[in-house]
Design a protein around this ligand. Structure first.
Ligand SMILES: C[S@@+](CC[C@H](N)C(=O)[O-])C[C@H]1O[C@@H](n2cnc3c(N)ncnc32)[C@H](O)[C@@H]1O
Ligand SMILES: C[S@@+](CC[C@H](N)C(=O)[O-])C[C@H]1O[C@@H](n2cnc3c(N)ncnc32)[C@H](O)[C@@H]1O
Ligand code: SF4
Length: 378
């Protein structure tokens, strides 16, 4: 099993909190699509023939592409990797792009999941964030996807935004629930260095929410979505009827994936790679039959640490048997020893005699638990 991630690095405008790689240079789009397909061809051996189970178009703004762009990419994937085993093919889309006609066009392509960045339903906050949509457009975008026939829709929300109150967050969650989507991701705002919102914070023009409020928002999130029938399957992710994100789950489970496009990362076995985060450099290199990327070889301890960090956040937890098998008896013993005090105080629980999971109480202090379980060489 394997996944493919395709990065579409175009945004019409930039949102003030975002530090994912994108550019407003849309005139490079068709040259980019050719380069992207060429990269897919150049790296056709990367997944070593593993069947591709998930494909994810992320960005940037993948919904800036036209039907023929998608067709070209899908044809290339089909040719070099095969798509017979694909069960989840996601398009990340912005609500302002999801018109009735666009949603209908998408339904004619292999996509079977739409992930939409709504962030909040509060119009003045959307404006502050420099989003291109308002709340009404977000609601309509979901309707258009439904109407077109999509039965796996996800929305992203951000909380802990400037001026957030528990009341406003509850209102956002109620609106989200009323849309009846299959999947909800809810992220706490992070102030990334180099973003406009970070500058505003530094200049004291906005204030960060305090720690106590953050805990309260997280608790509201878990309770509200829990009582609306959503399963909390990863710290920031909730789903109905087992519609968890297969693609993101494969990242957390250490399944190999190929990432194409500028800034995309890839992983296979014990190696991580990142493509250069510049559209111009990326295109130039690929056109010259080269690829600009960095690579990191992960030693056994790093692989163990990554496994702990990602799997403990999920409902499946850390698979203790696998830890022993993959990383050896010593690291397995280390993990058990470090987990002991957290098991004793009820922050961690063990299921099926194998899966080490965060308890409801533990979720609130997950960062501390993760750092205890990680192995740091003296
Ligand atoms: C890279 S964005 C691309 C999504 C799409 N272009 C959009 O804007 O709807 C993916 C998601 O990451 C989340 N995100 C991005 N920056 C964030 C930040 N600084 N703090 C918290 N969440 C963030 C948002 O929820 C966003 O929908
Ligand atoms: C923050 S998550 C949002 C996922 C969404 N909530 C869902 O369930 O589908 C997705 C973002 O992570 C980034 N991303 C995911 N996989 C990536 C990869 N392999 N390389 C680079 N960026 C990646 C992309 O910018 C993408 O917009
Ligand atoms: S949040 Fe989405 S639309 Fe906004 S800058 Fe980031 S990738 Fe682009």
């Amino acid at each position: 099993m394997a996944g493919i991630y395709i990065h579409i690095p175009f945004c019409k405008t930039r949102c003030i909190y975002c530090d994912f790689y994108s550019t407003t240079r849309s005139e490079l789009k068709s040259r980019y699509i050719h380069a992207l397909c060429k990269e897919l061809q150049m790296r056709k051996e990367y997944l070593r023939g593993e069947p591709v189970e998930t494909i994810y178009f992320g960005g940037g703004t993948p919904s800036q592409l036209a039907e023929e762009d998608f067709r070209e990419v899908f044809e290339t994937i089909r040719k070099y990797y095969g798509m017979e085993h694909c069960r989840e093919i996601t398009l990340e889309a912005n609500p302002d792009d999801l018109t009735e006609a666009y949603a209908a066009m998408l339904q004619n392509l292999p996509f079977n999941r739409i992930s939409m960045g709504i962030q909040t339903f509060d119009d003045s906050t959307l404006k502050l964030l420099n989003r291109r949509h308002n709340a009404a457009q977000a609601v309509n975008a979901v309707k258009h996807c439904r109407h077109a026939g999509f039965n796996n829709i996800s929305i992203d929300l951000i909380y802990g935004l400037p001026g957030e109150t528990d009341e406003r967050w509850k209102r956002d969650l109620q609106q989200a629930v009323s849309l009846n989507v299959e999947h909800i991701s809810a992220y706490h705002l992070t102030y990334e260095e180099g973003t406009r919102i970070y500058e505003l914070l530094q200049a004291h023009r906005i204030r960060e929410v305090d720690e106590e409020s953050s805990v309260c928002f997280f608790s509201t999130l878990i309770d509200t979505l829990g009582s609306a029938g959503y399963e909390h399957y990863e710290i920031s992710n909730f789903c109905r009827s087992d519609m968890y994100s297969r693609h993101n789950t494969s990242y957390w489970k250490g399944i190999p994936y190929l990432g194409c496009g500028p800034s995309a990362h890839s992983f296979n076995t014990d190696t991580r790679e990142w493509n250069v985060a510049s559209l111009e450099k990326y295109i130039r290199a690929i056109e010259n039959n080269q690829r600009l990327f960095e690579q990191e070889h992960l030693d056994r301890t790093t692989c163990y640490n990554e496994c702990i960090m990602t799997s403990i956040r999920t409902r499946w937890g850390v698979p203790l048997n696998d830890i022993e098998q993959k990383f050896g008896k010593e690291l397995w013993q280390y993990c058990i020893d470090m987990a002991r005090p957290h098991l004793d105080c009820g922050n961690l629980e063990i299921y099926d005699n194998n899966r080490l999971c965060l308890s409801r109480k533990g979720i609130f202090v997950s960062d501390g638990i993760i750092s205890d379980l990680m192995f740091v060489e003296e």
